[in-house]
Design a protein around this ligand. Structure first.
Ligand code: PHE
Length: 348
């Protein structure tokens, strides 16, 4: 077979195999097989020297033409293969931009936390510092130092969770109210004046019902110094009620009894749901109880380190869950800590 015929055979084999190529790797291999330095065409061209001198120019031209034809075919095929690869990538990496998004659920503050913060902000404006005291207390701090001895009938008001302690050891309990914080705060400040609020959890061994939970919050407040009078207590609590419920809210103080305050009162505000005309939430009285309060009992002042002949003070305690229930007309305290999202989502 002449060299020209061999060249023609290589060309047609090359074009035929190129036609089936679909990958870049196979293209690269094809190029080195046919057009590379050691490829078939280069090898065959070495035999040009054996031709008669007169035949060489035409044969040379033929080689150049075949190289050009294969280069052109290669470029074309390469473009096709690249386009196919790109199309494949587009298809496999496609995003469906019409898919609806998935909304992120964002956590919010629990309604009790929000009301606690509102209350602490209001008292902060009135110059009260926030203080915390322990949830686990001794019987002495929770009761005795607050004028509630073991046989005092007022102990019935606070059904208590006791913590197991060795026989003879001091009784330890979960605080039934935040009032032991009064003693902690006074002892930390006496004989200097003190004006703090103490928010936190309280625990009672209760029959759980629509109005009673085993765990709830209270915000205690205490102010002790010289010349502190009952009108300071009234002014503070009326100022608080006006900031919480809006200025002009009607308030009243009813005589009450707590062993650790004398005199003792209960603060009522006009029912915000019926404006005082009477409804289910205010039990048709037109009034809502908001806070227990009173002047710190002389014994309690003494237990806190103040001489009652020189110092006086007032204290109050309120329940943020109760305040929230009254604000929103919630009829069951058990919603607060049941973990039911349907309840919680109403407060976002
Ligand atoms: N500790 C009382 C209660 O739990 C509330 C209170 C606090 C009353 C301070 C008077 C003064 O009911």
């Amino acid at each position: 077979m002449s060299i020209i015929d061999q060249l023609a055979a290589i060309e047609s084999a090359a074009l035929a195999s190129l036609h089936d190529i679909t990958t870049i790797d196979a293209l690269t291999a094809w190029k080195s097989d046919y057009l590379g330095k050691t490829g078939l065409i280069a090898k065959l061209s070495r035999e040009l020297g054996a031709l008669a001198a007169a035949d060489r120019p035409a044969a040379g031209q033929r080689f150049n033409a075949v190289r050009a034809s294969l280069d052109g075919a290669f470029a074309e095929r390469e473009a096709t293969v690249n386009a196919a690869a790109q199309g494949h990538a587009f298809a496999s990496e496609a995003l469906d931009v019409t898919l609806p998004g998935r909304p992120l659920t964002v956590g919010r503050l629990h309604p009790s936390t929000r009301v606690l913060r509102m209350i602490t902000n209001i008292f902060a404006e009135m110059g009260f510092q926030v203080w915390e005291s322990p949830e686990v207390e001794t019987d002495t701090l929770n009761f005795e130092l607050l004028n509630i001895p073991a046989d005092h009938p007022a102990r019935d008001m606070w059904d208590t969770f006791y913590i197991e302690t060795p026989p003879g050891a001091e009784k330890v309990l979960l605080r039934t109210h935040t009032s032991p914080g009064q003693i902690h705060a006074m002892r930390a400040h006496a004989p200097n004046p003190v004006r703090v609020i103490l928010p936190g959890k309280c625990f009672r061994y209760e029959q759980v019902s629509t109005r009673h939970e085993m765990m709830f919050h209270q915000v205690e407040g205490i102010a002790v110094g010289t010349n502190i009078t009952f009108s300071d207590l009234k002014g503070t609590l009326i100022g608080f009620a006006e900031r919480l419920y809006g200025s002009g809210i009607k308030t009243r103080f009813r005589p009450s009894y707590f062993p650790f305050t004398e005199p003792s009162v209960e603060l009522d505000v006009e029912c915000i749901l019926c404006s005082g005309t009477g409804c289910r939430i205010c039990k048709h009285s037109g009034w809502l109880e908001v806070s227990g309060a009173g002047m710190v009992h002389p014994d309690v002042l003494r237990n806190g380190g103040y001489d009652p002949a020189i110092y006086s003070g007032f204290a109050f305690g309120m329940g943020p869950e109760r305040i929230t229930m009254l604000r929103h007309g919630i009829d069951d305290i058990r919603w607060f800590f049941s973990g039911d999202e349907r309840f919680l989502q109403q407060f976002i």
